[in-house]
Design a protein around this ligand. Sequence first.
Ligand SMILES: [Zn+2]
Length: 217
Amino acid sequence: MLSFDLTNVRRLLCVGAHADDIEIGLGGTLLSLLQRTPDLKITWAVASAPGPRADEARASAQAYLREHAASSIQIAGFRESFFPDQWTDIKQWFEELRRQGDPDVVFTHFRNDRHQDHRVLSDLAWNTFRNHLILEYEILKYDGDLGTPNLYVPLDPAIAERKIDLLMRHFISQTSKHWFTPDTFSALHRIRGVECASPSGMAEAFYARKAVWQPTP
Ligand SMILES: [Zn+2]
């Protein structure tokens, strides 16, 4: 199997439609990268977090980024569930993110995600970042839209556990939802772990729709 190394990345842009999307989709991958890369700089951009969810999103992001002072947390105020009607404004938000620097990797939602807000962010990431590695993350949900990812990140057991612990600790407003439980997150880790023969049995997975080989001279 050809392996893929993310440890030389220095700048990441992570976009999430809602307060907890980034953590659910790539929390384990981020914890692994942050542990290995002290000078990693992350732009953590959440498009919508109404009411108490903004405080939850900020506290959670700060827990990830506390030792990475160069990173930034940006929480916008777009209307949840109505992103398709806010296309122009969200596009302008992406242009602003683009002006802030040139990320090595852009993490966004899965193109075929059935949540309309997620799809808007996926489409606009591709629309805005034209010469970048874009990795799309997945979120297990009622709609039943899981696909067949093609890039896997095996997770150390302690990292998988910490990701879930941070989710349950910081997003109290979500814990009344039937799906927001530790076993939901663990189940998807386990499925993706089986698919990539992860030594720990756990993994997160992404869609690498397009990659360019640039041989070093
Ligand atoms: Zn979401």
